[in-house]
Write a protein that binds this ligand. Structure first.
Ligand code: RIB
Length: 307
């Protein structure tokens, strides 16, 4: 199995549980406020490590207590954090998250040190990749750095998994030649330029993304599972049913599981089934990294034995 290198964001999540998500101009009293380790990059690294991957993360945090909290948490999960720089000029990234009783959320991210991720981090990530490795990227880092990492990994013939989240930050020219793309419905809609809000529209979009040059295009559908296009036609991957508590990091659990399974040589449909299971567990628990499953959780909760 090759090493997984995640180049991405690390955030502390400040999570308020609310009776309903506020409309513009509305004030809603929170029922609780909690602090969790988060950030799409860090979540995906932690998810992959918990599911058995050999994982390193490259990124930036501040010299503040939040930065220390994030690094210690990732180390406890077995993630190599030697590639994370401490930024003396910027605070650790922070996400403000509201969660309603159905587990739906709204998230806004103050990027902090993640916004200073630059060419040094790209170099460190590329240097950490072996030929059998996998580069995992999201878009909470400056998009030019994501582009530089993708181009560098292509030169090294290393596979790339891009989770194009948040929506609207991907230069569409990067789709051509991409190995693996994972996007949710709004992210897919931003790429194809039309609404993607059910399984059928997601299937069309997955085929279009594949035709635009993505080898494996995956659209996640939350409680409805996922669809993918690998060989020109779309296929559905059944969901696992859970009671949703907090969907934060469900997509990151999905990406981490997919990265490990594909690195292990698991066939795509099975790898996506495992990813659906990991995402479902995360949606059934509170918080970001606090919600990510280990392999034995998948077996205990769903009878799914890895791989
Ligand atoms: O994908 C979930 C993550 O998005 C949260 O942990 C938050 O930090 C934001 O980056």
């Amino acid at each position: 199995m090759g090493h997984i290198v995640v180049l991405g964001s690390l955030n502390v999540d400040l999570v308020a549980n609310v009776s309903h998500l506020p409309r513009p101009g509305e004030t809603v009293m929170a029922e609780s406020l909690q602090t969790f380790p988060g950030g799409k990059g860090a979540n995906q690294a932690a998810a992959a490590a918990r599911l058995g991957g050999t994982v390193a993360i490259v990124g930036r945090v501040g010299t503040d207590a939040f930065g220390t909290l994030l690094l210690e948490s990732l180390e406890r999960d077995g993630v190599n954090v030697s590639g994370v720089a401490r930024d003396e000029a910027a605070p650790t990234g922070t996400a403000l998250i509201l969660v309603d009783p159905n587990g739906e959320n709204v998230i806004t991210v103050a990027a902090g040190a993640n916004a200073s991720l630059g060419a040094d981090e790209v170099r460190r990530a590329l240097a950490a990749l072996d030929p059998a490795g996998l580069l995992v990227l999201q878009l909470e880092i400056p998009p030019p750095m994501a582009r530089a990492a993708i181009e560098g990994a292509r030169r090294k013939h290393v596979r790339i998994l891009l989770n194009a989240a948040p929506a609207g930050r991907l230069d569409p020219s990067l789709l051509a030649g991409l190995d693996i793309l994972v996007v949710n419905e709004p992210e897919t809609a931003a790429l194809v330029g039309r609404p993607v809000d059910d399984t059928r529209s997601a299937e069309y979009a997955a085929v279009e993304l594949h035709q635009r040059g993505v080898q494996l295009a995956v659209v996640t559908l939350g409680a409805a599972g996922s669809v993918f296009c690998l060989n020109g036609s779309a296929e559905r991957v059944d969901p696992f049913t859970v009671t949703a508590v907090d969907s934060t990091a469900a997509g990151d659990a999905f990406v981490g599981a997919l990265a490990v399974a594909l690195s292990d040589g698991v066939a795509v449909p099975r790898a996506l089934r495992l990813a659906n299971a990991a995402g479902a567990v995360a949606a059934s628990r509170a918080g970001a990294q606090s919600s990510l499953p280990h392999r034995d959780d998948l077996e205990r909760l769903f009878g799914v034995k890895w791989p």
